[in-house]
Design a protein around this ligand. Structure first.
Ligand code: COA
Ligand code: AMP
Length: 633
């Protein structure tokens, strides 16, 4: 309906309590909130205070009780194991209740943390919902992270138990999870009391007696557990995300705001009704997986898909079209890089011709900038609206989008359209002053953030404030740069901090620098994210060796690549590094990373007035050439 977006947006900003109070009526509360927005402790805000809720109840029990029990809730589609398995709401509830009983039988109660380190199998979803059911706080760690990264998260979240599986399957590769888990526990100072291991048929993991339990033993004999009401403001989960240093940020998600926001977004952002099939081709280890594989579609009474495969190679670039046509997917949500992968292997869309995807209505993309080329390729091929939307782990749902369920606005390629109701997005200069249209600056969101966004960082209000609220008082600092045009369309141009985005995976260059700096021959280093046609960005390391090092440079670079892979994980895709004599710095000693990035990308750059020695930039240009970056002549 024309004007519906603006009407909803205006109401959400001028009267947020009324707007979100109405949205909260779509959720089941054991006890209704007494206050919609509590702003008595600014700059900390709390939504739906006084309310009591259970997120799992909203995702499962409620639908079974209201007649949706026989509808398919979850489809597990795994081309890598040649499996398709469906769970109705009734069946999913039974699995989750048993899993919750098993976890509870190990002494896990409300507020305890449970780390979940699992591949894309239904048991990962059972485990998440089981935690929600008993009020335990889950923290899912993406399977691609190395033991050291898992150990960091174990030490911060201090889980009572860890739930894992014997292996994951990455395309053709079997990844054994158990040795990674054992190593992580060995590295961590905090030790979980128990580990539940789901044994898959590809690998049988060795269990450590007294600590490890076989999922089948503990879950199949468990007494199903009921839902435990929790406060709206109690944490549902912690999800660690890359910041600017090696210490990831533990983003906290509360129960009430999260349920309300996701339910609202399913209808108004994605235009998905109960009973319809929504597919987020992501991983439960990322925020997209939390919000739109697990909680959003289930709270909405829709059908979700757990896809254990890739866009290409499992077995071919027609994989997505097969899933869409087999399961009647109405909308797909994935990262642009997945479409670039398909485009690379099947530029003319030959594989699409094999499938009837007339059920398919919209493609939603997020996780990184949607380049206009990929936008045009996807929309020409699919002939449905391709909707770019912008968000982050911290917000948990879209900040800017073309809200398909409200009103489809004209699309401008390169823009995720406009701020979603609830988000007041401004472009600021370095002093925090709002900039006029078409001026690039820092993207910030006026407080309060809407429901579902992070209330704080896990047990670290101070870091939450320092990282997000202190940079621009009255605003949440997104870490992104961009601009708005004269029509209010947003353009997100990339991070202004040391976070990079590799194949839709958020990574910290600071974390990679910390690993590289541990090499005995390295004096100092800088890692930047250089543009890449396929993965969006790739990390590139510039390394200064200690005086007197005589070791061959290639050997050192190979050792660094191995170290990053072992300590952060293969997903860092750290494959390029070069030895330089010096790093360009300001007179006060700050490394000029953004200038280095421009040089690596072959862009024009101006010599910063604060630079200590401009001659170094020529050396960086030469170093970039050596590894295939920089200006192409
Ligand atoms: N467990 C273990 N290893 C993993 C992993 C996991 N869950 N996920 C990725 N890896 C490994 C890969 O096997 C690869 O290893 P290699 O160096 O031995 O080849 C490495 O990490 C890099 O992975 P990736 O960058 O993902 O490259 P890829 O070529 O395997 O796949 C894409 C490329 C585009 C298909 C894939 O990145 C993708 O689907 N991205 C979408 C991401 C996404 O959904 N993001 C969420 C926002 S919507
Ligand atoms: P993550 O927390 O992993 O979801 O990554 C969030 C970051 O990804 C954002 O801060 C942006 O830098 C980037 N990002 C996500 N979606 C988009 C988008 N649609 N356009 C541009 N950048 C995006």
């Amino acid at each position: 309906m024309k004007g519906a977006y603006q009407k909803a947006y205006d109401e959400s900003i001028t009267n947020p309590e009324q707007f979100w109070g109405k949205a909260a009526e779509e959720i089941h509360w054991f006890k209704k909130p007494t206050k919609i927005l509590d702003d008595s402790n600014k700059p900390f805000y709390r939504w739906f205070v006084g309310g009591e809720i259970n997120t799992c109840y909203n995702a499962l029990d409620r639908h079974v009780e209201t007649g949706r029990g026989d509808q398919v809730a979850l489809i597990y589609d795994s081309p890598v194991t040649n499996t398709i398995k469906k769970f109705t709401y009734k069946e999913l509830l039974a699995e989750v209740a048993k899993c919750a009983g098993a976890i509870a039988s190990l002494g896990v109660t409300k507020g305890d943390r449970v780390i979940i380190y699992m591949p894309m199998i239904p048991e990962a979803v059972f485990a998440m919902l089981a935690c929600a059911r008993i009020g335990a706080i889950h923290s899912v760690v993406f399977g691609g992270f190395a033991p050291n990264e898992l150990a960091i998260r174990i030490d911060d979240a201090k889980p009572k138990i860890i739930i894992s599986a014997s292996n994951g399957i990455e395309g053709q590769k079997i990844i054994e999870y158990k040795p990674l888990l054992d190593k992580a526990i060995e590295l961590a100072s905090h030790k979980p009391e128990k580990c539940i291991i789901y044994q898959r048929e590809q690998v049988t993991a060795q269990l450590i007696s007294g600590r490890d339990l076989d999922w089948n033993d503990v879950v199949s004999h468990a007494t199903p557990a009921d839902c435990v009401p929790v406060a709206s403001t109690d944490p549902l989960y912690i999800l660690y995300t890359s910041g600017t240093t090696g210490m990831p940020k533990g983003v906290v998600r509360d129960n009430g705001g999260h349920a309300v926001a996701l339910k609202w977004s399913m209808k108004y952002v994605y235009d998905i009704n109960p009973g319809e099939v929504f597919w987020a081709a992501s991983d439960v280890g990322w925020v997209v997986g939390h919000s739109y594989i697990v909680y959003g579609p289930l709270i909405n009474g829709s059908t979700t898909i757990v896809y254990e495969g890739k866009p290409v190679g499992t077995p071919d670039p027609g994989a997505f079209w097969r899933v869409i046509s087999t399961h009647g997917v109405k909308s797909l949500f994935t990262a642009p890089t997945a479409f670039r992968a398909i485009k690379k292997e099947d530029p003319n869309g030959e594989y699409l011709k094999k499938y009837d995807i007339s059920c398919f209505k919209r493609l939603f993309l997020a996780g990184e900038r949607l380049d206009p080329d990929t936008y045009h390729w996807a929309s020409n091929l699919l002939k449905v609206p391709v909707i770019d939307h912008w968000w982050q782990t911290e917000t948990g749902w879209a900040i800017a989008a073309n809200c398909a369920g409200l009103e489809e606005l004209p699309i401008k390629p390169g823009s995720p359209t406009k701020a979603v109701p609830g988000y007041q997005v401004d472009i600021l200069d370095n002093d925090g002053k709002p900039l006029p249209p078409n001026s690039e600056g820092i993207v910030a969101i006026k407080l309060p953030l809407p429901p579902g966004t992070l209330p704080t960082l896990w047990q670290n209000d101070v870091k939450y404030k320092e990282s997000y609220l202190d940079p621009f008082p009255g605003y949440y600092f997104t870490g992104d740069g961009g601009y708005k045009d004269e029509d209010g369309y947003l353009y997100i141009m990339g991070r202004v901090d040391d976070v990079i985005n590799v194949a839709g995976h958020r990574l910290s260059t600071g974390a990679m620098e910390e690993v590289i700096a541990k090499h005995p021959d390295v004096a100092e280093c800088a890692v930047i994210g250089a543009a890449d046609d396929f993965k969006g960005q790739l990390p590139v390391g510039f390394v200064v060796l200690k005086a007197g090092v005589t070791k061959d440079e290639k050997t050192i670079v190979d050792e660094l690549i191995k170290m990053v892979r072992e300590q952060i994980g293969a997903i860092a895709v750290f494959k390029n590094a070069v030895v330089v004599k010096r790093l360009p710095k300001t007179r006060s000693g700050k490394i000029l990373r953004s200038t280095m990035r421009k040089i690596a990308d072959g862009q024009e750059y101006s010599i910063p007035s604060t630079i200590d020695d401009p001659a170094i930039l020529g050396e960086i240009e030469e170093a970039c050439k050596k590894i295939g970056y920089g200006k192409k002549n």
